[in-house]
Design a protein around this ligand. Structure first.
Ligand SMILES: *Cc1c(COP(=O)(O)O)cnc(C)c1O
Length: 237
C-alpha cells in the first residue's frame, strides 16, 4: 500500500518538477507520519522512504528508538519553547521556527548543547489569525536579528496555505512564499535555498512553484485515524 502510493507520488513530483524546468532531485519528499504507529513507518522504510515529518516532539521521540537509526526526522509542527531541548538533538531540521523569541531561545539552547540546528522560518502567508508563523511584515522587522543568531542556520521558508478543496487555490500562496524568499535573499544578502511547501492536496502545484521540500501524509499513509500515537503500556514520564 505505502510502496504503491510512494511510487505514484514520486512520479507526480517528477512530472511537476519537469513542468517547472527542474530535476526531481531538487525536491525532497517528507513522509508525514504523525499519528501513525511505528509498524506503519517501518513499512514505509521497507519501501525505501527514510525521511519522516512529525508535528509533536513527544510523539516523535517515542517512535524514534523503535525505528532503524538510518531513519531521519524533521519537525514540521509548532515547537513550544519548553520542548526545544528535546527537539534539537532529535530532528535534522525544524520547519516551524515561527517567532523571533523562539529563534532566540533555540539559539541559546543550541549553544548549550553544542549544536547548529537547521531551520526554516514559518510564514503565515495569508495572515490568518488561527495560524502560527511570521507575517511578512513581522519577518522583515525581525530578519536582521534572526541573521545575527550564531547557532541557528536559516535555510529557507515554510508555509501552510489556507485550507482549500482545490490545489489551484494554493498557487498564489506558494508564489507569495517564493517571492518573499527572493526579496529577503536579495535585501539581506543571504542564500535562502529551501522552500517547504505542499501537502497531499497541493504538492504538485507547490513543486511547480519551486518547492524543495514537500510534506505529504494522507496521500502516502492513508487517512489519519486518531490523535497522537502513544507507546502501549503504563504512562511513563
Ligand atoms: C499533517 C501535516 C502535513 C501533511 O498533511 P497531508 O494533507 O496529510 O499530506 C503537512 N504539513 C504539516 C505542517 C502538517 O502538520
Amino acid at each position: 500500500m505505502f510502496a504503491e502510493n510512494l511510487e505514484k507520488i514520486r512520479g507526480q513530483i517528477a512530472e511537476a518538477a519537469a513542468r517547472s524546468g527542474r530535476s526531481a532531485d531538487c525536491v525532497t519528499l517528507i513522509a508525514v507520519s504523525k499519528t501513525h504507529n511505528p509498524e506503519a513507518i517501518l513499512e514505509a522504510v521497507d519501501a525505501g522512504q527514510l525521511l519522516f515529518g512529525e508535528n509533536r516532539v513527544q510523539e516523535a521521540r517515542a517512535k524514534m528508538p523503535l525505528l532503524p537509526s538510518r531513519v531521519r526526522w524533521h519537525l514540521i509542527g509548532h515547537l513550544q519553547s519548553n520542548k526545544i531541548r528535546q527537539a534539537l538533538p532529535a530532528f535534522e531540521r525544524i520547519h516551524s521556527m515561527d517567532t523571533l523569541a523562539l529563534a532566540r531561545e533555540t539559539n541559546r539552547i543550541a549553544g548549550e548543547l553544542g549544536l547548529f540546528p537547521k531551520v526554516f522560518l514559518e510564514i503565515n502567508v495569508a495572515g490568518e489569525s488561527s495560524k502560527f508563523g511570521f507575517t511578512p511584515d513581522a519577518l522583515r522587522a525581525g530578519m536582521e536579528e534572526l541573521l545575527t543568531l550564531d547557532r541557528v542556520a536559516i535555510d529557507g521558508l515554510m508555509t501552510i496555505p489556507p485550507y482549500a478543496p482545490d490545489a489551484e487555490s494554493s498557487r498564489r500562496y506558494f508564489v507569495r512564499l517564493r517571492e518573499l524568499r527572493d526579496r529577503l535573499a536579495s535585501e539581506f544578502r543571504v542564500p535562502l535555498p529551501e522552500l517547504s511547501m505542499g501537502m497531499s492536496g497541493d504538492f504538485a502545484v507547490a513543486v511547480e512553484e519551486g518547492a524543495t521540500f514537500v510534506r505529504i501524509g494522507t496521500a502516502l499513509f492513508g487517512e489519519r485515524r486518531g490523535k497522537a500515537w502513544k507507546p502501549p503500556g503504563p504512562e511513563v514520564d
